[in-house]
Design a protein. Structure first.
Length: 394
């Protein structure tokens, strides 16, 4: 029973780490004097890189959104990597006037390998920052203008707001849109105001000075998590710019979503195992940044968090675990964080009632997600990259 109690307590503490970091962030935010970001007189030059594997269905919409950017076109260099493609991805890109590399290395397939391959062939010295987009994304017209507001960019990374481009496709996509707003609009905003690094995700912007110093070393199936952990441990700032908005296609059916969710979970946990040591030993970041980064790598999504908490609460009550009341309170406190962020995000949706109705599918979706998380444990380590099935935009 002592061992069992210890395991439940350990899980409860791990699930509560994001809440503890948020409370520390609130204290920092209210204790900080307002600061004014200095305005750079120079217009940053961007290299926008789009690794794409058989993305003929969506690459056109992505490139058209980049064509509509409200930014000086001579300060943008857009490149597509047609990575081991067997479709018309490269032809479509060139047809829209975008330069395209074709890479044929099946033994080294995958997004991080494609990025590393391209970076060896691109003139990084001619630009200030690299922006990495997926082919299923659509950017807001002010995307690069917002990123430029964080200039100078060479020695930092910048992360914008990630939304869902197809929220009305299904109950799954409606819930995903709410959760995306909860994370980027509230949880990450708190980190930004506390001066913490934001996780690098879609549309992440990396200064070319950072790449010159640290190189591209993220090759796991969770390369964005890996890059976030490595740069944070090295003391590289990753600033948040909420006005830099990019929207990705969310899987609208469970069979589409399953491999994507397994990859995300396996990648995150693999990075946690590999990077927790360097993070803890780093002398370039303070204890709050260490706690927050580890919390990001440990924490499951809100649906899985709720499911795990309910299972642990049930075991605690059924087995009359010592100090059970404290453990139950800690488990529900971690869930309350997600509830508050989700409720706040719900009020910002274009159709709040429709979004709320989508959550009636949450019990079944939650059971499915727990199964997917368990399946992800079999993908830990260096596993092959699996492409998410796409569908056309409405």
């Amino acid at each position: 029973m002592v061992i069992f109690t210890g395991l439940i307590a350990l899980c409860a503490i791990a699930l509560a780490l994001p809440l503890l970091s948020d409370l520390a962030s609130l204290a920092v935010w209210f204790g900080r004097a307002p600061t004014q970001r200095p305005v750079s007189p120079f217009l940053p030059r961007f290299l926008v890189l789009i690794p794409a594997h058989n993305e003929e269905l969506l690459i056109g919409d992505c490139l058209m959104s980049l064509r509509n950017l409200s930014y000086r076109q001579d300060a943008i260099d857009i490149r597509v990597i047609a990575d081991n493609c067997s479709d018309a991805t490269a032809d479509l890109a060139r047809g829209l006037g975008v330069r395209c590399f074709e890479r044929n290395e099946p033994a080294l397939a995958g997004k991080p390998q494609a990025i590393a391959w391209a970076l060896e062939r691109l003139p990084l010295k001619d630009v200030d920052a690299l922006v990495i987009l997926d082919a299923d994304t659509i950017v807001d017209p002010g995307f690069l203008t917002a990123l430029a507001s964080a200039a100078p960019l060479s020695q930092k990374a910048v992360q914008g707001f990630n939304g869902v481009s197809n929220p009305d496709d299904s109950a799954i996509t409606r819930m995903a849109a709410v959760f995306a707003d909860a994370k980027c609009g509230f949880a990450y905003e708190l980190k930004r105001h506390a001066g913490l690094n934001l996780p690098l995700r879609l549309g992440g912007c990396i200064g070319t000075g950072v790449l010159a110093t640290h190189g591209w070393k993220a090759f796991s199936i969770g390369e964005d998590w890996e890059l976030y952990a490595m740069l944070t441990a090295a003391g590289v700032p990753i600033e948040g710019v909420p006005g830099a908005r990019v929207y990705a296609q969310e899987a609208r059916a469970l069979h589409q979503s399953a491999p994507q969710r397994r990859r995300w979970t396996a990648g995150r946990l693999t990075v946690l195992a590999r990077c927790i040591g360097p993070l803890m030993r780093s002398g370039a970041i303070n204890i709050h940044q260490k706690l927050d980064t580890i919390a990001e790598l440990i924490a499951p999504g809100p649906v899985v968090h709720l499911g795990l908490a309910l299972v642990l609460v049930g075991l605690t009550i059924a087995l009359h675990v010592p100090a059970g009341n404290w453990l139950v309170a800690l488990l529900f406190a971690g869930v309350a964080r997600h509830f508050l962020y989700t409720l706040a995000a719900m009020t910002r949706q274009p159709h709040p009632l429709r979004s709320a109705l989508a959550f009636t599918a949450l019990p079944l979706y939650g059971l499915w997600r727990l199964g997917v998380e368990i399946g992800a444990l079999g993908m830990l380590g260096d596993r092959p990259w699996i492409r998410t099935e796409r569908h056309g935009h409405a």
